[in-house]
Design a protein around this ligand. Structure first.
Ligand code: FES
Ligand code: FES
Length: 156
């Protein structure tokens, strides 16, 4: 079937089987491999993308459910010059990245949180990351990076 959506701000149409996940559609049919597969059963958040303004685990979304929607993946998150945006830069500066497998999902969770709550408390940041597992960092630096980004965006 044909699936049409707005992907990272651009219209796309792709032919794919109706029984695959949005994660597989992105990675295998659209070549957007920044979105990672961790557990494939909705528990780790490595595959998180923003769909119609909501953070979703793309392994748990059937590709046809994305038809007509607006999807943002990690490839759609960047600064004006195409390099890292402020959140990604803060992940680097606060040492929030180790092996990296969770990071695209963490960035998407951070962006989704800041979209809905531009000035979150540390507790709210932790709640915003509740669906995203990281085996490496202990989360502290990730929370620090999101908090610093929120403060930076408040200042404008
Ligand atoms: S790969 Fe989707 S939640 Fe783990
Ligand atoms: S940096 Fe390795 S799982 Fe998060």
């Amino acid at each position: 079937m044909w699936i049409e959506m707005t992907l990272n701000g651009k219209p796309v149409a792709v032919e794919a089987p109706p029984d695959i996940s949005l994660l597989d559609l992105l990675r295998d049919y659209l070549n957007l491999t920044g979105t990672k597969e961790g557990c494939a059963v909705g528990e780790c958040g490595a595959c998180a993308v923003i769909m119609d303004g909501r953070l979703v685990n793309s392994c748990m979304v059937l590709a046809p459910q994305a038809h007509g929607s607006e999807v943002i993946t990690i490839e759609g998150v960047h600064g004006p010059d195409g390099g890292p945006n402020d959140l990604q830069q803060n992940f680097i500066e606060y040492g929030a990245v180790q092996c990296g497998i969770c990071i695209p999902g963490m960035i998407m969770a951070g962006e989704a949180l800041l979209m809905h709550n531009p000035n979150p408390s540390r507790q709210e940041i932790r709640m915003g990351l509740a669906g995203n597992l990281c085996r490496c960092t202990g989360y502290q630096q990730i929370v620090d990076a999101i908090e610093a980004t929120a403060k930076g965006r408040q200042k404008g």
